[in-house]
Design a protein around this ligand. Structure first.
Ligand code: NAP
Length: 255
């Protein structure tokens, strides 16, 4: 075993980033490319601008159009990645949605929609990804995007909290089963990051002030704040890290 200088270099890796059209997923996709990976981004909408930045970083970039809320969509997205690039060695399960309503008004449709993208798709994509890595005989890295609501209850977001709490469970369950196969499964828990997901919170003056007041770092996170953690957990520097969750939250959980 080589215990030389840890490497964060992702050359020769192929990464899949779900929800790479904007926000955290776009920043991570571009960050992985800058670290040397070829990257496929998956979303319903256009990933053109992310792919342009991946190519500008000197790597191969492809966009795969898929609605990951549909059963089977994850499997067919990974098939396309294999055809367009090669079998991926890094999977970033980032695609996610949030629906806000009081619990007593929360609709079954909103519950199902959130679960389908934030949890069911993670199960399906991770399973196909792991099978393909094992069949190809190469190592793999799965990084799930969790949340502060993997640890806390939240308000008006019951489905999101349930799904993100389950993300920690699936991260640990898969880490146990896949570590012997050379696949590391870990999670990142972003704090309050300025993306479309949190736009309603930032637009609410009182809520915005209350959130800012509780963040030790004193500012909202930017999508780029997640890149270091994603590159680390995707790299050989993290080869002995299994089933961990790394908060990137400006200190929120330490309060
Ligand atoms: P965002 O800007 O709204 O991006 C969400 C991404 O997910 C988009 O690329 C979106 O693309 C994709 N997506 C949504 N539904 C999809 C579907 N059915 N099929 C395929 N792709 C889908 O939000 P974000 O803040 O970057 O969120 C990224 C992840 O971080 C999510 O898992 C979120 O829960 C998590 N997170 C965010 C924060 C935060 O403060 N922002 C904090 C903790 C965790 P299309 O709409 O084009 O499909």
């Amino acid at each position: 075993m080589d215990h030389g200088t840890p490497s964060f270099n992702l050359a020769d890796e192929v990464a899949v980033v779900t929800g790479g059209s904007q926000g955290i997923g776009a920043a991570i996709a571009i960050g992985l490319a800058k670290a040397g990976a070829d990257v496929a981004v998956v979303a319903r909408g256009s990933c053109e601008s992310t792919v342009a930045s991946i190519v500008a970083a000197g790597r191969l970039g492809v966009a795969v159009n898929a609605d990951l809320s549909r059963p089977g969509a994850g499997e067919s997205a990974l098939e396309q990645v294999e055809q367009l690039l090669r079998i991926p060695s890094i999977l970033i399960n980032n695609a996610g949605i949030i629906r806000r309503a009081a619990f007593t008004d929360y609709s079954r449709q909103d519950w199902d929609d959130v679960m389908a993208v934030n949890l069911d798709a993670v199960f399906e994509l991770s399973q196909v990804f792991a099978r393909d890595c094992i069949a190809a005989g190469h190592r793999g890295r799965i990084v799930n995007i969790a949340s502060l609501l993997s640890f806390q209850g939240g308000i008006r977001v019951v489905a999101y909290t349930a799904a993100k709490s389950a993300i920690l469970g699936i991260t640990r369950a898969l880490a146990n089963e896949l570590a012997p196969q050379g696949i590391n499964v870990n999670a990142i828990a972003p704090g309050y990051i300025a993306t479309s997901n949190t736009a309603p919170l930032r637009a609410d003056f009182a809520r915005n002030a209350a959130i800012l007041d509780r963040i030790p770092a004193g500012r909202w996170g930017e999508p780029e704040d997640l890149v270091g953690a994603a590159v680390f957990l995707s790299s050989s520097a993290a080869s002995y890290v299994h089933g961990a969750v790394l908060p990137v939250d400006g200190g929120w959980l330490a309060r």
